[in-house]
Design a protein around this ligand. Structure first.
Ligand code: ZNH
Length: 141
């Protein structure tokens, strides 16, 4: 699915995030909730405006899962299977929300990497995160 060049881009960018999953994740969620308020529907238990502690803890869990996906780029389906069950059967997150999250993810990367975030990196991350989203949404029916 991803060629050698694309993998290298994913790994190179992940090195920036690894070890800082909580702050990056919190930033991602804050952007998602602010730019696409409809996404907060799924996080009602966090209240009208989720506090920093919740953003950090949920953001960390979410990005740790992305880290697992980075380690298993060739085998996303197996690596993310329990998480796919959770999103499809328990959380029932509408699949249309995934592209919104991916877009916010790209903006977070761009804002941190600035000029270093090349078009090739963006393309590789888009392909990779779309692959993750496909796996997380394919158990719906
Ligand atoms: Zn999700 C949860 C990941 C997307 C919503 N998530 C979760 C978790 C994780 C994740 C890891 C945790 C689990 C446990 O704890 O067990 N996600 C993820 C990823 C992605 C996602 C990786 C992509 C890429 N999500 C998503 C979306 C949404 C969501 C798009 C909507 C909007 N999630 C969610 C919720 C939850 C989760 C609601 C639950 C939370 C709590 O619990 O608090």
């Amino acid at each position: 699915m991803l060629n050698a060049q694309e993998r290298a881009h994913i790994e190179q960018v992940w090195d920036l995030i690894a070890g800082h999953e909580a702050p990056f994740g919190a930033e991602l969620l804050l952007r998602l909730f602010t730019v696409y308020p409809s996404t907060t529907l799924y996080f009602k238990h966090l209240g009208a405006c989720p506090d920093e502690v919740h953003l950090l803890s949920h953001g960390q869990r979410m990005l740790e899962a992305v880290g697992v996906a980075v380690q298993h780029m060739d085998n996303l389906r197996a690596a993310l299977s329990p998480l796919a069950d959770l999103h499809a059967h328990v959380l029932r997150v509408d699949p249309t929300n995934f592209p919104l999250l991916i877009q916010c993810f790209q903006v977070v990367l761009a804002s941190h990497l600035q000029d270093e975030f090349t078009v090739e990196m963006q393309a590789a991350w888009d392909k990779f995160l779309t692959g993750v989203a496909i796996v997380l949404t394919e158990k719906y029916r």
